[in-house]
Design a protein around this ligand. Sequence first.
Ligand code: AMP
Length: 463
Amino acid sequence: MTFEALGLNTSIIKALTDAGYTKPTPVQEQAVPAAIAGKDLLVSSQTGSGKTAAFMLPSLHRLSALEPAAGGKTHNQEMQAARARGERPRFKPAQPKMLVLTPTRELALQVTTNTDKYSVNLRRLKAVSILGGMPYPKQMQLLAKNPEILVATPGRLIDHMESGKIDFSQLEILVLDEADRMLDMGFIDDIEKIVAATPASRQTMLFSATLDGVVGNMARRITKDPQIIQIMTAANKHENITQRVHFVDDLSHKNRLLDHLLRDEALDQAVVFTATKRDADTIADRLNIAGFSAAALHGDMHQGARNRTLESLRRGHVKILIATDVAARGIDVPNITHVFNYDLPKFPEDYVHRIGRTGRAGRNGLAISLVNHAEGMNVKRIERFTKQLIPVNVIEGYEPKKTSFPPRSSSRPGGWKPGDNRNGAKPGQRSFSKPGAPRKEGGYKGSNPRSSEGAARRSYGDR
Ligand code: AMP
């Protein structure tokens, strides 16, 4: 498949060639023709799949075919012309044709940078970022240019809407990028308000890691007869992450085993997931006393403290993060080589999300779950969800008294048998390739197994 075959115009294709893109990624193959045809899209795909171009290329194609604004003047030029005529210039709000909403400033800037790259030969189309933390006067200048494309975080955009600086009556295309993260960050009301200010005739494209649960409900409300595209990349499937289960007899055994595993010389940085905030704090304290550089991260901490902890993790000052699910969503630190489930998550989706904190940026990772004999059912549900068996491993000197879940007859994924050790690993043996080694495969393949539990799932929360 080529970019030409997707129906993009030659100015865009030239920009892509100059950017070194030789062929579309799978999400682009599916999304671009549908979006050029004006369809609404619900796309489940992750950062790294080429999702920005998947919505931006067809949008640029469509916007470049629209008639230029009357007179072809920016608001600044109109105001200058009025002054030259001796008239008092009339303030006019910006009237963008396209809006991209993103959860974070970083993502908004990345989208704007990519847009500039793809639209380099479309001089009439201008994209600007409207972000929290940016000085207002600077943003007013950007809006006065009446840019066709706004890339914004929801909070700051609402400020400008409420002060009459932006008018969405001419909007043609609305994109919600990383919609699941925006909802996790509590932007639901802002998003509803923004969507309500746009014309019903708009084209809507929603991109999200998951289309289940709350995101799915919102997606259905704001789109019309959407085309659903689900892309499962190797990274989603976590083929680059080695998974293990270690049996533990009791808490003291679990703590001793964790301490041992954290001393693995292949470990660069690690996240240890706990079920409760209290455990996160207690384990962080215990590990610090034991000489590790550890910190807790959970929903009881103020945003400032959470940001500081994450920054220390990113800079490598914190080696081991002890976290609950709510706080760890979205952590993207390439040096995280290990993830530990000190407690198993309640929902299989959380397991997939947790282990995805390692194996970032094309590296390998190791995910270890410390489980007791009674947790067979939970492991089985995870295996069903991921369609992968999780091998059991035993370490010499840390052998559990019981090395299996209660007997099951099935040998399907999740069908545990006594003594089952499905990777053939012997006690103490490891088959984990060193973290940081490049991943072998590089393709995008497969389809997406979806959980029926997703819909019934509670929103992320600390216990
Ligand atoms: P994204 O998923 O949008 O964050 O994109 C991930 C990275 O892939 C970005 O650095 C893009 O510049 C790059 N990219 C997107 N599409 C293509 C493509 N068709 N060929 C090569 N690189 C791409």
